[in-house]
Design a protein around this ligand. Structure first.
Ligand code: ATP
Ligand code: MG
Length: 436
């Protein structure tokens, strides 16, 4: 036998739930249910779907995310196109591509736009539970709107999504909020930070020393326990916020208060990407260990200009789908089952075209039916019917079929009786299979 080829490390298959696997990962039914739920919640809020390429020019990410960030420094999958020498990258996040697309198509010509997208993103990180090299994001962006109204709406929309998925705020997920102010305020804070860290240079680890002059804000994000006290006492951006930035944050908070959504103002919430200003937020959980951030986002009013577009206020967030679905699994929250309504058991020597035409009629009537393909004894077929999760077996025996009949056997309700139904009157009894 030829040698097996396996998937790239940190890149996973999303499999049907019936396939056993070693690693704990969401199955495809859970995945599709999540996508359907997203579809509904986005439509409820007036957001439209948008799809952009997975490959983009490398400079797009260097210019938007920032050269001194973890992503650009070490996490991007980049290469040179052999045909023309273009520098290309697998997208490590979605916002940059979406903004690029909006500028390219002058998409905001007729006014603001609210869009969402779901798809894979790629980061060359050390794979572990909740951290992969290919993962998927739901990305949502409100473009051309300065807020603070839309900032608050966006955050409440995430709560709506949590509710639709069965997640309870406070119990399963919680909201952290901060304001990053405006560039001038950040510059003043940055100067104060650099001065503070320079003053305590002997306490900085290697990473922090390297970042001191490239990206001192990222030092605040340090996970090194030895630096926590130093980071804790560092100058806070909130001390440098002007009246307008404060008012923006207050306005967001007032909506959240009125909506009864609890949050924690976290002055150390800075986010890993460079382009944010004003409102930033994260939704975190305590049920996933170290990989606790399921959703993060914020305002990025300067990005359109930075990428060659007209000044355009914007806000958005990215949600890690694998992490979120892992959380649902971890909590054992009930999710709708993906089983077919019925499983068709097919006797030996039956008139096969007639069976398939009958199944087609049932599906036209809205019944989902899994057909037993490939034959097998009645016993084996009933075993498969059971494993499929279907609530009914449809029994196509040669004798019944000759009379235009099909047997309907309830599989999950021991008290219910088996019946025989007429195949030329599917509409009369199909409904029973739907809601039983
Ligand atoms: P982290 O601090 O965990 O590295 P991040 O700040 O890099 O997260 P973002 O760039 O904000 O993450 O991406 C949005 C979301 O995507 C995160 O909140 C998280 O749920 C998810 N995510 C980020 N990196 C990964 C990864 N390597 N594997 C799986 N999900 C991820
Ligand atoms: Mg990261």
């Amino acid at each position: 036998m030829a040698e097996k080829i396996v998937a790239v490390k940190g890149m996973n298959d999303i499999l049907p739930g019936s396939v056993p696997r070693k690693e704990k990962l969401p199955d495809s039914a859970l995945w599709r249910w999540f996508e359907r739920t997203v579809d509904r919640v986005m439509a409820q809020h007036g957001y439209q779907a948008l799809l952009t390429p997975i490959v983009e020019p490398t400079p797009l990410f260097v210019r938007s995310i920032g050269a001194a960030t973890d992503i650009v420094e070490k996490e991007m999958y980049s290469w040179t196109d052999t045909m023309n020498g273009d520098a290309l990258t697998l997208r490590p996040e979605m916002t940059a591509g979406i903004v690029r697309s909006m500028i390219e198509h002058n998409a905001l010509y007729n006014g603001p736009l609210r869009v969402w997208s779901i798809g894979p993103v790629f980061r060359h990180e050390r794979p572990q539970k909740g951290r992969y090299r290919q993962f998927h994001q739901l990305d949502v962006e409100a473009l051309g709107l300065p807020g603070p109204d839309v900032d608050a709406e966006l955050i409440l929309m995430v709560r709506r999504l949590w509710a639709a998925l069965g997640l309870v705020v406070g119990k399963h997920v919680r909201l952290e909020l901060n304001s990053l102010g405006q560039p001038a305020e950040r510059a003043a804070h940055r100067a104060a930070l650099v001065a503070y860290f320079e003053h305590h240079a002997e306490q900085l680890d290697e990473d922090a020393r390297r970042r001191l002059h490239t990206n001192p804000l990222r030092i605040l994000d340090s996970k090194n326990p030895a630096m926590q006290a130093l980071v804790e006492a560092a100058p806070k951006l909130s001390e440098h916020l002007g009246a307008e930035s404060r008012a923006h944050l207050d306005a967001v908070c007032r909506v959240l208060d009125a909506a009864g959504l609890p949050y924690r103002l976290n002055p150390r919430l800075v986010r890993g990407l460079d382009y944010y200003n004003l409102t930033v937020f994260e939704w975190v959980t305590d049920h996933l260990g170290a990989q606790g951030t399921v959703c993060g986002g914020g305002r990025y009013d300067g990005l359109f200009e930075q990428l060659g577009g007209r000044p355009t206020p914007a806000i958005g967030f990215g949600l890690g789908i694998e992490r979120l679905l892992l959380l649902l699994q971890e909590l054992g929250l009930p999710v709708p089952d993906a089983a077919p309504s019925a499983y068709a058991v097919i006797g030996e020597g039956v008139d096969l075209p007639r069976v398939l035409v009958a199944l087609d009629a049932l599906r036209a009537a809205g019944v989902s039916v899994q057909m037993n393909a490939g034959g097998g004894s009645m016993k084996a077929q009933f075993k498969r019917a059971d494993a499929s999760g279907a609530r009914h077996a449809l029994i196509f025996g040669a004798e019944e079929l000759a009379q235009g009949l099909v047997g309907v056997k309830p599989l999950r309700d021991a008290a219910a009786m088996q019946t025989r139904e007429r195949l030329d009157e599917v509409a009369h009894w199909a409904a029973r299979l739907l809601d039983a």
